[in-house]
Design a protein around this ligand. Sequence first.
Ligand code: ADE
Length: 315
Amino acid sequence: EWAERGAAKIVQEVTNPATGKKIKRVMKKGIKDFKFGENLGDGSYSTVILATSKDSGKKYALKILNKEYLIRQKKVKYVNIEKNALQRLNNSRGIVKLFFTFQDESSLYFLLEYAPNGDFLSVIKKFGSLNEECASYYSAQVIDAIDFIHSKGIIHRDIKPENILLDKDMKVKLTDFGTAKILKSKEGTTESFDLLTRAKSFVGTAEYVSPELLNDSYVDYRCDIWAFGCILFQMIAGKPPFKATNEYLTFQKVMKVQYAFTAGFPLVIRDLVKKILMKQPDQRLSIPQIKKHYFFEGKNFNDASIWSDAPPEIQ
Ligand code: ADE
């Protein structure tokens, strides 16, 4: 499954200058074809660094996973899930693009689209919090991207601000599908997935984890909607709704749905957050209901305008 050691096959269409005919050129790409730059982030078992193609000058984000470590920690399965999820979602709006994967003796590599504006957590930290207009702009893209991955039968299970990247145009790109659940399509159909399939899960990130995961350790697609509610709260409050000095206390708060709106928290967003952060998944607003909420009044989710509109100045 993984490309030949140290190389990935790239098929490029080129025009033969002598004949004018289009021909397919097969090139092998590997580590030697890139120059490496700054560290873009560290995951629990991976490192992402900036990589520049020596021949095109194009920038990529190279995710590096150490094989020995993956085997020792029994994480090989998750690397394949990430690869399969990204391939299923590839070339989609709102999802980080996977160009190809390759490997050498020591590591596995994912060559990913580089999102030069970093992750959403850094934006929230830099500005402290966002105003209503910015929250509406970015949360519309986040919920639409979540809707899209669900339509492709993928539950992310670790949606959080660090996993929301911003591309050169400040458009949202979801990343890190290493803990995703990939659903099989329903019997006899091609593009229909049983999103209510309950997946035995593990704790993603304490602050964004849903109560059902803590109570019975099973989740379905609605755990991503819960995480969305937490992120929407965080955009306004500057901090996630469930946060304590340690994980245990954070979990206690999540299970009791114990959170408080900060002073001046806009009423319209309060209303939406309250209806999403419901302990029972079946009481939570669904994605179509979220899109129809009056916080998103004036946004059209059907014509891609939320993706083509210029981003508001962050403040
Ligand atoms: N950090 C993690 N992945 C990244 C990417 N694709 N682009 C920029 N920063 C990242």
